[in-house]
Design a protein around this ligand. Structure first.
Ligand code: GLY
Length: 435
């Protein structure tokens, strides 16, 4: 088979890496890819949203399947376009992608079908939103309706902060038309987790759960980013909870989409908050998470291509997915200054010096004509380690990171630390028995 992966981030390098393990696959293309995908696929010089270019390339190269990674091409209708050309494509249609591209759409759907989510209200008028804001308890959550590269959700701890966020979105229009409407939600606190599932529009097969770290700094300080690290599986999220979320959230959502005339196929990502043992949906995404994918796919034992094809061919019910019982930790190496301004173009050294069982997924990297890999973005690499437990996986990652160096490199030092602290603070089985 020939497979084209659309996108050029860490998630897409991970997809290409996993697809390359399938004995069914002879050739992989990435559009545009990065220096990591270049080592195992042919990078095509195409933007992920260049529908015509993607259609032409897929046709000319007789591609058997296109896998769309990021939200922007999904929201702009790449899947519908390729589908019309008769090219098999993995991902939801443009109208089904609204579940991610419009938070108001997702909220209305959840309210209509009784899917648990925080209470909130929607506004298209700045003055009405401001009036409402003044009556709310703090902290409060302000959300731009549309896609905002992970920056459209602001948790405001004070009224001036909340008013500034509202004004930035609706008056200064920092997210453009994505801020035409805002949602003002109650703040809920609990344990945050991502449960991502494959779905063919009828059946839902969840992946292993994962947690990501959105803030740039240790201890969850500083501004939001696209994600600074992740781990899987979180100990607080049991198999029973996966079953509950599948039954009460993922399946009802897929069925609701079908009832609305928007059949949903591909990957459904539920960003959840577990409050007193009850899951609530903070957001839906229409794609694999980044950086969750970097710690989920290394744990997948089933051939990913079989799963992707089963989704495309509507026969996910014939499939059972097997997962490793290992733990996985991923740490992002970023360009200093990210998510603000940062410099790029620095040579990256030492990737080949990491241990054989440590994975390095590229994101913002570029292969120079001199054969050297250069930094080319805010998030540069995800270094991933697996182990029998979280402590082993984490130790592997942090022991290997210093082998890799580039100017201005920055990474968080506390990824998965809370998981280990929790494991260590629990009495061991032996001690429990002595009680
Ligand atoms: N990790 C958050 C996201 O993929 O949107």
């Amino acid at each position: 088979m020939k497979i084209l992966v659309v996108g050029g981030g860490g998630r897409e390098h991970t997809l290409v890496w996993k697809i390359a393990q399938s004995p069914k696959v002879g050739k992989i293309f990435a559009a545009p890819g990065n220096a990591g995908t270049a080592a195992i696929a042919d990078n095509l010089n195409l933007r992920a949203t260049d529908m015509e270019g993607l259609g032409k390339a897929a046709t000319e190269k007789s591609v058997d399947l296109v896998v769309v990674g990021p939200e922007a091409p999904l929201a702009s209708g790449v899947v519908d376009f390729l589908d019309k050309l008769g090219i098999p494509v993995f991902g939801p249609s443009k109208s089904a992608t609204q579940i991610e591209s419009s938070k108001v759409f997702a909220r209305n759907l959840m309210e209509k079908y009784g899917i648990p989510c925080p209470k909130g209200a929607t506004f298209s008028s700045y003055s009405k939103a401001r009036e409402y804001l003044r009556e709310q308890c703090l902290p409060v959550v302000i959300k731009a309706d549309g896609l905002a590269a992970g920056k459209g959700v602001i948790i405001a701890g004070s009224l001036p902060e909340a008013e500034r966020a509202l004004s930035d979105i609706m008056e200064a229009r920092i997210f453009g038309s994505a801020g035409d409407r805002v949602m003002i939600d109650e703040y809920i606190s609990g344990r945050e987790v991502s449960l991502i599932a494959f779905t063919d529009g009828r059946r839902v097969l969840p992946m292993v759960p994962a947690c990501d770290y959105k803030k740039v700094g240790d201890g969850d300080h500083g501004p939001n980013t696209g994600g600074m690290g992740s781990y899987s599986p979180p100990g607080f999220f049991s198999t029973q909870m996966t079953q509950k979320v599948t039954k009460d959230i993922l399946l009802p959502t897929v069925r609701a989409m079908a009832k609305e005339g928007l059949p949903y196929k591909g990957v459904l990502y539920a960003g959840l908050m577990i409050v007193d043992g009850e899951p609530m949906v903070l957001e839906f995404n229409a794609r694999f998470g980044d950086p969750e994918t970097q710690v989920i796919l290394p744990l997948l034992k089933t051939d990913l291509v079989d799963i992707l094809m089963a989704v495309v061919q509507d026969n996910l019910d014939r499939l059972k997915i097997d997962w490793s019982s290992q733990a996985c930790v991923g740490v992002i190496m970023a360009s200093g200054g990210y998510p603000g301004s940062y410099r790029t173009g620095f040579p990256i050294e030492g990737i080949s010096r990491v241990d054989k069982d440590v994975l390095v997924f590229h994101a913002g990297t570029r292969l120079g004509s001199d054969g050297v890999v250069y930094t080319d973005g805010g998030r540069v690499l995800t270094v991933v380690g697996m182990g029998q437990g979280m402590a082993e996986a984490r130790e592997k990652v942090y022991r290997n990171i210093p082998n890799i160096c580039f100017e201005d490199c920055y990474y968080r030092k506390d990824i998965a630390l809370r998981e280990i602290d929790e494991i260590e603070s629990k009495p061991s089985e032996g001690m429990k028995r002595q009680k």
